[in-house]
Design a protein around this ligand. Structure first.
Ligand code: CA2
Length: 143
């Protein structure tokens, strides 16, 4: 039996995690977070791939690839593109699997411009404000 295939997408500036604003985004680096995701996936026999990009089009290309490569779940933190990108929403709308949107911070407790997310219009689940633990919880969508 083939294992469940998951794509984790991190949006712009998340490569800087652990270097600045730890009071908002925590002390962990993106590598720390990805390693924990790889660990949980290995324990459950899931096939996971984590990718970060600062470029909207690259994120869209990754979502397109997931349409046809057997991916059943996309976990995405679109970062600032959450609040601006109809293009990422459109790409996710063309993906047939599950989508879980993750935010490290509680976007509703922050500036008004962060309260709206285009991606939330497509997401099957949303986790915000639980820090990096949110990504691990998002994988439970497979259970
Ligand atoms: O809370 C989240 O996960 C966000 O998606 C993070 C985005 C922000 O634009 C969203 O409103 C909420 C920003 C990610 C930037 O991350 C940095 C981390 C360390 C240093 C600088 C930026």
């Amino acid at each position: 039996m083939s294992s469940s295939k998951v794509l984790v997408l991190h949006g712009p500036n998340l490569n800087l995690l652990g270097t600045r604003q730890p009071e908002i985004y925590g002390h962990e680096t993106l590598n720390d977070i990805n390693n924990r995701l790889y660990e949980k996936a290995a324990m459950n026999g899931w096939d996971i791939r984590c990718q970060q990009s600062n470029h909207e089009g690259e994120l869209i290309d990754a979502i397109h690839a997931a349409r046809t490569d057997g991916t059943v779940l996309i976990v995405i933190n679109p970062a600032a593109y959450s609040h601006t990108s109809v293009a990422i929403l459109d790409a996710l709308n063309a993906f047939d699997g599950k989508v879980v949107e993750v935010h490290l911070s509680n976007i509703h407790k922050r500036e008004a411009f962060r309260h709206h997310s285009y991606v939330s219009l497509r997401a099957d689940g949303i986790i915000a404000g639980l820090g990096s633990r949110g990504y691990l919880l998002a994988l439970d969508a497979l259970l």
